[in-house]
Write a new protein. Structure first.
Length: 286
């Protein structure tokens, strides 16, 4: 599900902010961005996000703003700048490159900065995870709100499917007997008493039973009952809901193939549309 969360933590030398933005995704895919290059934390941050959020494509933006009043965390190493500029000049000379050295060439090398102390890095990491926790909590709250709306819509759709199953049951109540009589009349016309009546009745009964959709309707109702039970459970049920919807779709297809009633065929089309919509929605349910 979609959502946004932002957290901020302030230290003596800097302010660390974390922004999380999620979009729909079947799995939990975390994309990291940060403005200071502290890549060593990325995997730990990803694991924490995946542990808490479970599903969605999550964009995580880590921003560190250094406090000018307390000195920068990243200080320029003047000697390293001179050495690197000299090295670039030699590379230009040997490679025959005419392009002048630009500031962007120098800034591409992190070694021209004095690296923060171990204590500074530990403080930054602590602040980053504090901000991350706030951002996750805010994003989770937004997603929960969306989840409640999604749940309400799914329940409404599955209730509509239930209603249509009942309509199909009413239309097909006398379907087997009607089919039996139609088939018998047609075969009687063709065979003109060339087959024993008892055997003919038996064969027609078997064929008529194959056209009966009572079992499919019963199974559909059972799947719907399970679905409504699972959607109220406070635990991961996304895969179970998806499976039940697959089964509902399969039973609907069987009803469509067995029934010769135009009214039933039209109801099945509408029912399958609802099931397909729910299948798309439950991809965002954990």
């Amino acid at each position: 599900m979609t959502g946004f969360g932002r957290g901020e933590a302030m230290g003596e030398k800097c302010v660390v902010s974390v922004e999380l933005r999620s979009v729909n995704n079947r799995y939990c895919d975390v994309i990291m961005r940060n403005n200071k290059g502290y890549m060593a934390w990325d995997e730990e941050i990803k694991k924490q996000i995946q542990k808490r959020l479970k599903r969605g494509k999550i964009f995580c933006n880590l921003h560190i703003e250094e406090s000018k009043s307390n000195g920068d965390l990243s200080k320029l190493d003047s000697e390293a700048v001179k050495n690197y500029a000299t090295l670039l000049g030699e590379i230009k000379k040997h490679a025959g490159i005419e392009e002048p050295i630009k500031l962007s060439h120098l800034l591409g090398n992190n070694n021209i900065f004095v690296q923060p102390s171990k204590d500074d890095i530990e403080e930054l990491k602590k602040l980053a995870f504090e901000a991350l926790e706030v951002a996750i909590t805010e994003l989770t709250g937004m997603r929960n709100g969306e989840g409640e709306k999604l749940s309400s819509d799914i329940v409404e759709r599955v209730s509509d499917v239930q209603k249509r199953v009942d309509e199909i049951g009413q239309l097909s109540e006398n379907n087997s007997s009607k089919q039996f009589e139609k088939l018998k009349q047609r075969v009687d016309e063709l065979l003109r008493e060339r087959i024993e009546p008892g055997k003919l009745d038996y064969e027609l009964a078997v064929l008529s039973d194959k056209l009966d959709i009572t079992e499919e309707c019963v199974r559909l109702k059972s799947h719907i009952k399970q679905f409504l039970t699972y959607i109220e459970i406070d635990e991961p049920v996304g895969k179970r809901l998806d499976f039940l919807l697959q089964e509902m779709n399969r039973e609907s297809n069987t009803i469509a193939s067995k029934s010769n009633e135009n009214g039933i065929a039209h109801i099945v089309v509408e029912m399958k549309n609802q099931i397909e919509s729910m299948r798309e929605q439950v991809q965002n349910v954990i």
